[in-house]
Design a protein around this ligand. Sequence first.
Ligand SMILES: *Cc1c(COP(=O)(O)O)cnc(C)c1O
Length: 366
Amino acid sequence: MKVHPRAIIDHSALRHNLACVRRRAPESRVWAVVKANGYGHGMVPVATTLEAADGLAVARIEEGVRLREAGIAKPILVMEGFLFDDELAAARAHGLELALHQPEQVALLERTRTTTTGPLRVWIKVDTGMYRLGFEPREVPALLTRLHAAPGIAEPVGLMTHLAKADDPRDPLTQLQCDRLCALDPTAKYHLSIGNSAGILACPASRTHWVRPGIMLYGASPLNGRTAAELGLQPVMRLATRLIAVRALRRGDAVGYGGTYVCPEDMPVGVAAIGYGDGYPRHAPTGTPVLVNGRRAPLVGRVSMDMISIDLRGLPATVVGDPVTLWGEGLPVDEIAEREGTLSYELLCQVTSRVRMEHQGMESLP
Ligand SMILES: *Cc1c(COP(=O)(O)O)cnc(C)c1O
């Protein structure tokens, strides 16, 4: 009997979602984004299953090094680049591709003597309208000249940009950002990378040489107002636990911390072993659905560190030990995120190490 909260990771769904990316962007090569522990799904197992991707993208050098140490040999792009020379040395030693987004990084590249390692692949991160990281478009031509002259840089250099509002397909900024990047490469000399999940699904101009899907690989929707199922995506994570108590409460009993939910009648209330200490969102309000034995029931009262309470009036046959699903097949993580006023990205990433991760279907079928 497995009581503890579990995150069951469905690797066949991961492969299915990668195939969706391929169908949407058939001309593009795919950087599968596995930063932040594979959006909470386990970076190395996810990266292993996403073998059919052309490369893996991470945020930080140490994530790339960890993939290499796990024996992963495919191209790896570090999207935040590096700050210190030991990071640059590690990137060279492990053959990581680096995003350059500020002059200090270029100066460091120019200062460093090339070693016995092969030429370094670099991408210029261009700020086309996100106003977070990146060089301004007007700085790029001079930068390209500098990089061509720098020692140990592989050709061609890549140009990448990140979309700020692609989750709203009607927002004109997305097309504008694509146009701004493409304008820097009129003779198609460089590799361009634009599309994140939302771009891949809703903005054809972002399906450049390389795309960088993250959230859609994990089966959640990047687009406002569109469900993952409508987009043909399958959920990869199922967050599950069990009922550890079924109480017969009386009318007027106030459930949990603060007694915020008062039973309107005599009613059964279940207690499930999961809480914010496991990464379940503490602010999930009364009414947030969970699945008990595969059927919907509403959470009541406040989320505790280790437990939640569930209104079982609709499910009278429920007993202690019955399975509870917090999100996954039949209960999209996007729906929980919306109730809680956040994004699926955050919910998936914040599942804590206290939750046991179980990987299913890791070997692909012949
Ligand atoms: C995280 C990230 C992505 C992936 O975005 P999704 O919305 O999850 O598809 C792509 N590019 C960059 C630069 C990122 O930081």
